[in-house]
Write a protein that binds this ligand. Sequence first.
Ligand SMILES: NC(=O)c1ccc[n+]([C@@H]2O[C@H](COP(=O)([O-])OP(=O)(O)OC[C@H]3O[C@@H](n4cnc5c(N)ncnc54)[C@H](OP(=O)(O)O)[C@@H]3O)[C@@H](O)[C@H]2O)c1
Length: 282
Amino acid sequence: MSTKTVLITGTSSGIGLAAAVAAARAGWHTVATMRDTSRADALTKAAAAAGVADLVQVKRLDVTDSDSVTACVTEVVAEHGHLDAVVNNAGAGFVGTIEQHGMEKVRDVMEVNFFGVVELTRTALPHLRASGGRVITVTSVGGVVGQPFNESYCAAKFAVEGFMEALAPVAASVGVQVAVVEPGAVSSEFVNNVGLDLPALLAEAGPYAPALQGYVNHVRKSYGSHSAQTSEQAAAPVVEALTSETVPLRIQTSGWARDFVAVKLGDLDGSAVQTTMTGWLR
Ligand SMILES: NC(=O)c1ccc[n+]([C@@H]2O[C@H](COP(=O)([O-])OP(=O)(O)OC[C@H]3O[C@@H](n4cnc5c(N)ncnc54)[C@H](OP(=O)(O)O)[C@@H]3O)[C@@H](O)[C@H]2O)c1
């Protein structure tokens, strides 16, 4: 049997980079995509250090650029003859409440985190049907539990979860398995990439400033504590979802993430989540 091929988005850093190396270590031909291929250094070094450079191929794909999505998938299928899995990993956080920013920001967050996922999935599906493949999407615990000052980001991740949950039985009817992977805090480039100017955000927050300060304190604690996973730890379940015989729809990457999501899934009137989240603002 020929080597299976997976396409992963957002592999210049963090979970995507770690997943690309781990997928190659698991024997997959890994098409590691990123929107700017001049940022491939960290990935190529990590792949070489793991002894899998020959299985990792870097290609350009910006999830917000339709042409790049089509071009990349077409190229992969032309070169390898098949596509066996897609990992929708690219994503970007955004902090702020709705009175602090315009609608454009909400749309930008949806473009990267939701429409980008939909577009690549749609483009890959005919090839995944042909191979009996998988769609694995990195969402977040924030795709299940709405978190303060993350309205737009959580809305996008909720949208992805709803999209994938609805797609799963339909895709299964044509032999394609669908899964979402839900990390909690991961010590990747994620927080840096949000590009927060905290003093400016607090200065603009007006009546929301005390709650925002409480939220920032909470986040500092959770990313600084041992509860944050490494990118490698968060990537391991992604690769397991690629390689295991069967895959559940929803996978949490840690015990903390499992407990956190479990509260929401049993929270019929929403009060348990509201109590927890109010606690994050003190
Ligand atoms: N870190 C966490 O605490 C955490 C928690 C839950 C879920 N997640 C999710 O995990 C996934 C991976 O994030 P991470 O933690 O590994 O953060 P990261 O280190 O910031 O990686 C995000 C990746 O997405 C890429 N990306 C951003 N916009 C893109 C676009 N338009 N097209 C293609 N790629 C794009 C980034 O590329 P550039 O280098 O070009 O910016 C980067 O490679 C994301 O979906 C994120 O929402 C993260």
